[in-house]
Design a protein around this ligand. Sequence first.
Ligand code: KG4
Ligand code: ZN
Length: 359
Amino acid sequence: MADEPLVLGIETSCDETGVGIVRGTTLLADAVASSVNDHARFGGVVPEIASRAHLEAMVPTIQRALDTAGVKASDLDGIAVTAGPGLAGALLVGVSAAKAYAWALDKPLYGVNHLASHICVDQLEHGRLPEPTMALLVSGGHSSLLLSGDITSDVRPLGATIDDAAGEAFDKVARVLGLGFPGGPVVDRMAREGDGKAIAFPRGLNNAGDPAYDFSFSGLKTAVARWVEAKRRAGEPVPVADVAASFQEAVTDVLTRKAVRACKDNDVDHLMIGGGVAANSRLREMAQQRCDKAGIVLRVPRPGLCTDNGAMVAALGAEMVWRDRTPSSFDLSADSSLPVTETHVPHTDFHAHAHEALK
Ligand code: KG4
Ligand code: ZN
């Protein structure tokens, strides 16, 4: 529909330079340049390398997105950008680029929350999100259960990891098994050859009295490392596929159990799963089984939209325009620890605040 907002979104919170263009809930372009290979030899994302890669990739990626969408920059109704949370230097590159384009093109600027964007992206695939929707966000940087109403203004945290993120646990276990970085996709692949019941790895925060919606993956990671170490010390071969499958089973069991419980406790009948770990095949399978059993509708975007990308930022930006939300001001800054409840960073009347403060 031509009257739906045409929005370009920029994502640079970690190692993906993402530029997406959407019209309302329709995806027109999703250009991503990743620096993941530059980080592989360090076993994790190096912030300085990520920032420099964003800087180099920014203009060509924006151009690629415009070409793919077949739209002119002057036709855009707004420019959205991830204002946080994420790596400070990496975020700054995206925020500066968004400001420059918005200023030069005289378009409204929307600084938006990375986590709300991970939820909103599902609209590009499955249509408007019901209100409320429960969201399980699982990636290298976050593992949270969020209850979302109006996605532009109402995201409430129910629980989060108290130590490692789920994706971080996949990355660390992959390192212990010598499978490389990032660990998620390769553990997922190896696990298909193994038996998820072979080794009984611990499920974190799963006892009566434990916080119902919080997660903990650090104990599981240590248990896997100890188990593998014991095998090696005994001079026995490590059954890599069984370890991968059993570890993956422990993570997905806890994630899906808690997500379904959160839906039931809060009377929510739609669950969406987003973030890089949502690409995991066993997580998708187990979530589907448990949701079917509980009468919950499961929505999981395709893997390319689950990992960090610009389309998710554009999707939330379009929603901001659609719902007439106040744009951000040009003094918008990146906030590496932007709270999840701040779905966007609206215009703040700096002078009014300063005036109040001086009274
Ligand atoms: O959302 P994302 O691209 O970036 C962050 O915001 O962190 O997520 C990346 C994380 C990495 O930890 C990666 O190992 C994990 O998502 N991941 C997976 C799979 N694909 C990516 N974890 C499990 N199974 C997968 N298939
Ligand atoms: Zn992310």
